[in-house]
Design a protein around this ligand. Structure first.
Ligand code: ADP
Length: 774
């Protein structure tokens, strides 16, 4: 019983009882027995939606409480609890959940946004929610409150297995444990085969369970029947539609909802369109009306084709969900699905990664996905499929959950049973011993003074999961050595015997939170621009791979004439940051190679750094970066969002993602230019602002006013309001015209720009100010 849990401060048990949580679920009970509320480290490997969050809450609340000297506990100590989320999108959701504890006088903080800050305002919080990248960055920027941590929770810790982000989570946990004495670590994981290895690594107790609060049946649909894992079958004939449509229709008969997992965004959209024909006919008039409202809200988020397609599907009770959607879109879909208005969601696997949207049935329609590096369709991991399965069944709402795969042949039926239904998830393996991961973490460890010698460094790396798992300890050492050579050669680290020290540039790179190779690429490009402007060499260091320029040569180039006039173009700068490993480049599609090769010749003078030869392997990447840069240039030239989406075959969420990454990298470039005394800082700042606001140069001043934005800025400008000063003195009817007659918006804008009297009473929109109808 919650009331019997030891270590909980006064009032906590009563609070949970009030929320209907009186008894612990079995895995929660086990966690308490193993001491999670009394400071014990714990790894909990438990299925999705089985109450892991409560385990974390009990741990955090007891960890930040103090002994009241009377055998009890109360709040008011100086400990802080940190909750590490796997996705930025989940930080807000988790923090909102924890805000319920404000009743105990606790304060909850979320740390998202820019990486480069020490988050000092977070020091006042009792509970902080952040991603592992953010925590890593806070540590690098010297956040003192880290030393006050009493408990850290890592949600979805099995993601240490992720090639891309896993190493950051792993290193962050290792660092926190080494830096903060007596730190309690609670790691929450999906059910995996080798949770015991994670527990060994973290010196933790282990709760390893496959208990679920609601029954889950799994199976495969084939022919005219659903074949379940217990050997039973249920008739489910397909008729003239697809298997997915048949499952959705069957679930609807029971007033249940379905979540369909597919392997690409395009498939998600197409699937939602088709399934909206299934759901559309079953809606009540009231549902229709409410869905029409949601559809309207969706259209209001952005005027793109994606937005329209989504709204069309939602109006008929179906939706798609993928990372290309704007956040507001995703939230509207999730909410309508939880409200049971939207009956089916076709999603790419991002939704399985943690957004809390359970459903009566889950259909894993595609169990293979295209993998460029492997060169073809590859089966999904068992762990991934099981996490999708885990979204089936809403406790308290559904009698049970069902998760099914779809087979086209008898052979496939058997294969799917073996591969996914009866199979155990694959073991989680550390991905730390890879150069990109070590490059950034080794530099950070040195720059923060965490390690001061090579021996030190190897000792620290010995505390990672990688070290506890590997049978080849030499590998980590040899990759680390290569990385040190790289950092030294690029002037980020200095080595003196076994001693290691970061240079001023190295410190900055670590704080900016960019991959050292990104920084090297940027520095190389900026120096090339400076050299070209000062009439030096033309910058075609033929064939030398970027970022590998010997440091000695770089230092020599530092001696530039003081007055070098350096003016790299926005396209050149966008291309430069797009070439860094921190930017996801756009793919080249058929025909793109010719198109962008031509563009490369046309705009050759603007492109910075060395150009790989056309037959060289890295040319493809270099061209992808050019395509990415062109997207940014289009955006910064006020091309319509939906035109860009069409031209580059991307969603609005992708455009925003690219723009944000470019902003961040250009900010880094500006700081690096300053540090290294390369005179490009002004051009870089302007390119950054243009991509941030999505406007041409002449609108930079106006578009920076809150609530103005790129379209309104253009309309104001065309109506003769060209600067902030103009706007402060503008004829109100012009302003009202530029915002299409929306009075509240016009008032807000005038307020933001400091207009003495922003009121709109009695003002009529000037029709001349609105020449282009939306
Ligand atoms: P997980 O984090 O494992 O995915 P959650 O923590 O989100 O799962 O739990 C799923 C749901 O179960 C939540 O709505 C939560 O309030 C509820 N829940 C958790 N523990 C209990 C309990 N002991 N009794 C009743 N409901 C619980």
């Amino acid at each position: 019983r919650v009331a019997d849990v030891p270590g909980l401060p006064t009032g906590v048990a009563e609070y949970f009882e009030g929320e209907g949580i009186e008894e612990l679920y079995p895995p929660q009970g086990e966690a308490v027995e193993k001491g999670v509320t009394e400071g014990a480290n714990l790894v909990a490997s438990v299925p999705t939606a089985s109450g892991k969050t409560l385990v974390a809450q009990l741990a955090m609340l007891s960890a930040i409480a103090e002994d009241d000297g009377d055998g009890g506990f109360e709040f008011g100590g100086d400990g802080t609890a940190l909750y590490i989320v796997p996705l930025r999108a989940l930080a807000g959701e988790k923090a909102a959940e924890f805000e319920a504890f404000e009743r105990f006088g606790l304060s909850v903080g979320v740390s998202t946004g820019n990486y480069e800050s020490d988050g000092s305002r977070l020091s006042d919080n009792d509970i902080v929610v952040a991603t592992s990248e953010k925590v890593d960055s806070l540590v690098r920027n010297g956040a003192g409150w880290i030393d006050d941590l009493s408990c850290v929770v890592a949600d979805e810790v099995h993601l240490v297995d992720d090639d891309h982000r896993g190493p950051t989570l792993e290193v962050t946990l290792a660092k926190l444990r080494q830096r903060v004495s007596d730190l309690q670590v609670v790691a929450l994981s999906a059910t995996i085969g080798n949770a015991d290895e994670l527990a060994d690594w973290l010196d933790a107790e282990l709760v390893d369970s496959d208990w679920r609060p609601i029954d889950l049946r799994t199976g495969v649909h084939y022919g005219e029947a659903l074949h379940y894992d217990d050997g039973t079958q249920a008739e489910l004939s397909v008729g003239s539609g697809s298997q997915t449509a048949a499952v959705v229709a069957d679930t609807l008969k029971d007033e249940g909802s379905t979540l369909v997992f597919v392997n690409s965004r395009r498939n998600a959209e197409a699937s939602a369109r088709r399934l909206s024909d299934v759901t559309g006919g079953t809606l009540s008039p009231d549902e229709r009306e409410r869905l029409a409202d949601v559809a309207e809200e969706i259209r209001g988020v952005s005027d793109t084709e994606t937005s329209d397609d989504l709204a069309d599907a939602v109006a008929k009770g179906a939706a798609f969900h993928h990372a290309g959607l704007a956040r507001e879109h995703r939230e509207l879909v999730e909410e309508a699905f939880r409200d049971r208005l939207v009956k089916v969601v076709s999603a790419t696997p991002t939704l399985a990664a943690g957004v809390n949207t359970p459903s009566r049935r889950v259909v894993v329609r595609d169990w293979q996905r295209y993998d460029g590096t492997a060169g073809g369709m590859q089966p999904l991991d068992v762990l991934e499929v099981h996490q999708m399965f885990g979204r089936a069944g809403r406790p308290g709402l559904d009698p049970y959950g069902e998760a099914v795969l779809l087979a086209n042949s008898h052979d496939e039926l058997e294969e799917l049973f073996d591969r996914y239904v009866y199979a155990d998830p694959e073991p989680v393996r550390s991905k730390l011993a890879a150069e990109p991961a070590l490059r950034t973490h080794v530099l950070a460890a040195i720059a923060t003074g965490f390690t001061t010698t090579e021996d030190n460094l190897h000792e620290f790396l010995g505390e990672t999961l990688y070290a506890t798992q590997t049978d080849d300890p030499g590998r980590l050492k040899s990759v680390t050595r290569d990385v040190l050579v790289y950092l030294d050669r690029n002037g980020f680290v200095e080595r003196d015997g076994g001693a290691l020290r970061a240079t001023a540039t190295g410190h900055l790179v670590s704080q900016l939170y960019v991959d050292p190779m990104s920084a090297a690429t940027i520095i190389d490009g900026l120096r090339d621009a400076a050299r070209a402007a000062s009439g030096g060499a033309d910058g075609t260091d033929s064939g030398e791979p970027e970022g590998f320029q010997p440091a000695s040569e770089m230092r020599a180039e530092n001696d530039l004439p003081e007055d070098a006039s350096v003016d790299p173009s926005p396209l050149g700068l966008y291309h430069l940051v797009s070439r860094t490993p921190d930017m996801y480049e756009l793919y080249l599609r058929s025909g793109d190679r010719e198109q962008y090769t031509e563009l490369a010749y046309e705009r050759e003078d603007e492109l910075l750094g060395s150009t790989p030869r056309e037959e060289a392997a890295e040319f493809e990447d270099w061209l992808s970066a050019l395509k990415t840069a062109k997207l940014m240039e289009d955006w910064a030239s006020e091309l319509d969002e939906d035109r860009i989406a069409e031209r580059y075959d991307v969603g609005p969420g992708d455009i925003r993602g690219k723009v944000e990454t470019a902003e961040w990298l250009l900010n880094a470039a500006e700081r690096l230019a300053g540090e290294l005394d390369v005179a490009a800082a002004t051009a870089v700042r302007e390119a950054r602002k243009r991509v941030e606001y999505g406007v041409r140069e002449e609108l930079l001043d106006l578009a920076g006013v809150r609530d103005v934005g790129r379209k309104r800025a253009r309309r104001l400008f065309n109506a003769g309001v060209e600067t902030r000063a103009d706007l402060r003195n503008a004829d109100k009817s012009l302003v009202l015209g530029a915002v299409r007659g929306r009075e509240a918006t016009a008032e807000r804008i005038l307020e933001n720009v400091g207009h003495p009297d922003p009121g709109m009473d009695g003002v009529d929109a000037d029709a001349d100010a609105t020449p282009d109808p939306d």
